[in-house]
Design a protein around this ligand. Structure first.
Ligand SMILES: [Zn+2]
Ligand SMILES: [Zn+2]
Length: 254
């Protein structure tokens, strides 16, 4: 019999436990990573591949691929779904020649958005990002060209890809307002860091007349109980943004 005495065994076990609990305590006081500076509201951007903060800007990365079915996916893709019939605005759907392709969308927006002294026009291309990581575009098809001829190519969730395969929404992202979130929910952020909400608020439809020239207003929202300037998506032109950014825009690359 060469068993160690019971007391010695107990001391060893206690020492090991103490050692381990001590080291896990140390782990909790290691320097904070950038992720801990990302406020909870950005976690609603479920389609992002990463969300980080440097304390001044929030950087959101995404592949820009919709998480819903679309006729613009390759027929071999499980998210492909045939679509015909009526689309946004009651128009008869007419598919454009483009196909959805993976993007490297990087959107850098102010962590604490503020009103700009000079309101800059929104660029063509991405002006913001939706909760599912899809790009939000403005109300134009090209320089000073209204969307008139583009809306017929919106798929069943009211988005479509452009020539490089970047899928985007110019109007209400129907998958978010009807499946993933709701008509009154937070739907994304524009480049100036201000949030974008759906076409309803307090159980009423938001109209353009209720909004300012930039297509927003200031009030409390469920995500910002102390009040914040926010855009609303409406069912009439300019849909998401009016005369440019309310705040100072960050940057976007793709
Ligand atoms: Zn478009
Ligand atoms: Zn509102």
């Amino acid at each position: 019999m060469s068993r160690p005495p019971l007391l010695l065994t107990s001391i060893i076990i206690v020492s090991v436990l103490f050692c381990c609990s001590k080291s896990s305590e140390d782990a909790t006081i290691t320097p904070a990573t950038t992720d801990t500076m990302v406020p909870d509201v950005y976690k609603k951007l479920y389609g992002a591949t990463s969300i980080t903060s440097d304390g001044t800007y929030i950087t959101i990365k995404s592949t820009g691929m919709p998480d819903h079915k679309s006729v613009y996916y390759a027929t071999s893709n499980s998210l492909y779904e045939n679509f015909n019939g009526k689309t946004f605005g009651g128009y008869t759907f007419a598919k454009n020649p483009n196909a959805i392709a993976t993007q490297s969308l990087t959107v850098k927006i102010p962590l604490n958005p503020t009103v700009a002294a000079n309101h800059t026009a929104t660029p063509l291309g991405p002006i913001g990002v939706a909760l599912n990581g899809v790009a939000i575009f403005n109300q134009y098809a090209g320089p000073n060209q209204p969307l008139t001829n583009e809306v017929t190519s919106f798929d069943q969730y009211w988005g479509h890809p452009q020539q490089t395969g970047q899928y985007h929404y110019h109007v209400e992202p129907l998958y978010l307002t009807t499946v993933k979130a709701s008509k009154s929910a937070l739907l994304g952020f524009l480049l100036d860091g201000f949030p974008v909400y759906g076409p309803q608020e307090n159980n009423a439809t938001v109209t353009n007349a209720m909004l300012d020239a930039y297509h927003g207003h200031t009030s409390a929202t469920p995500d910002y109980p102390n009040g914040i300037y926010h855009y609303h998506i409406t069912d009439a032109d300019p849909y998401i943004n009016g005369n440019g950014f309310y705040g100072t825009a960050g940057t976007v690359s793709r």
